[in-house]
Design a binder for this molecule. Sequence first.
Ligand code: ADP
Ligand code: MG
Length: 258
Amino acid sequence: MTSLVSADSVDVALSKRTILHGVSVAVERGEVLALVGPNGAGKSTLLATLAGDLRPEAGRVLFNGEPIESLRNKERAKRRGLLLQSNQVSFPFPVGHVVEMGRNPWSGTDDSERDEEFVSWAMDQVDVSHLRHRRFNELSGGERARVSLARVLAQDTDLLLLDEPTAALDLHHQNRVLGLIRQRAKDGRGVVVVAHDLSLAAALADRVGVLVDGRMLAVGTVQEVMKPELLSEAYQVPIHVLTGPEGLPIIVPTRQPS
Ligand code: ADP
Ligand code: MG
């Protein structure tokens, strides 16, 4: 089976510093892959590489088996949506406009007839329809995060690359986005999610990749990866893995009250 996207032993440099070292990972249709790891491990860099926005110095990235370099920007944008980390973009436009920007790759194609359908659907999914006429830069952080996610959903791509989509969200909206991401995978899309909250990552993911210092320490199922020894090594802090009432792992550091 051809993976939706795969990175094969990629080295990626930024400002002449090698950030990713021989990283390999593949994402299949119908699955959610969570990327976890400490600050600065290279998670965002790996997402940009899988998106085709950064070119590896060594190794290769394939979309559906095709080298990423063979796809033009607009073609790439029809295939993968990238949600950047916490509002690195701020638009002084109405929310509706921002979400409509997700449809740009489809302009001039037959699919553009469905622009409004996708925009309304995407806004509804993340509960921002009522904000449609508000200005994006006047929203709260969590509202902006949801609008940005709606923009990526409206793009209607087979692959979703989401950098901390739930970081700014309240518990209700975290759960809503969790359900939405699971549903996208059920519908046959592939999703890569960077998540800081390990319990959320465990609830969300089919497989988990742990990046440490630009290297993939482990990739495997939630059961294989969410183990106290492995996570304690990755984060350099003792970590407990408990079992929640739904049978899902709850992952917490040991905390010593002073
Ligand atoms: P993460 O998302 O896991 O926190 P990043 O992928 O953002 O990590 O960053 C990985 C490393 O690359 C960090 O050490 C960061 O300082 C460095 N880095 C990020 N962007 C640049 C850049 N433009 N130039 C040089 N180094 C960068
Ligand atoms: Mg990051």
